[in-house]
Write a protein that binds this ligand. Sequence first.
Ligand code: AMP
Length: 187
Amino acid sequence: MSAAPPTETAIASVCVYCGARTGADPAYSQAATALGQGLAAAGVRLVYGAGDVGLMGTVARACQDAGGETFGVIPQHLVKREVAKRDLATFVVTETMHERKKVMLYNSDAVVVLPGGMGSLDELFEAITWRQLGLHDKPIVILNINGYWTPLRALIDHIIAEEFAGADVARSLIWVDTAAEAISALR
Ligand code: AMP
């Protein structure tokens, strides 16, 4: 991916990273539902990992049910495991995980991260590090539902304080507490 120039255009498509599980707190599913509905209401396309499991399925169904546009990308080897949601407006099957992540980010103007596990962290850090390297300038919004990502925020602050990353990394991240704030941050 080559360096993208800064854009002033409105955000039309958002890549959502989130858990393939629902997590322990029902607030996570509620936030996924609110985010899917909010994207649909704002006329913003949802780009995500095309699974029908966990928060991934929840955000996609909420967006679809509210009349929103959905774009899912899944690697062939996860079609069964993550219960591929084939009824999305756009459904893409890739050969590899790396291709999946590239297609998702390429087709989005911004990134929103809901609570999730190792896969979500991997995706978030790819978005952060690619931005750090100047490969894109897409906003990265972290939805800190009930403080789920607060330990991650502390770790990122620690990494910056210990001078293994610049303050620009912190400035590239938008922390919000609710799906409504995430939608507002995208405007
Ligand atoms: P998780 O947050 O672990 O529930 O995973 C959420 C999504 O991230 C799933 O669709 C995973 O397939 C995906 N994912 C992306 N990159 C990775 C990776 N390197 N390892 C595991 N899962 C990943």
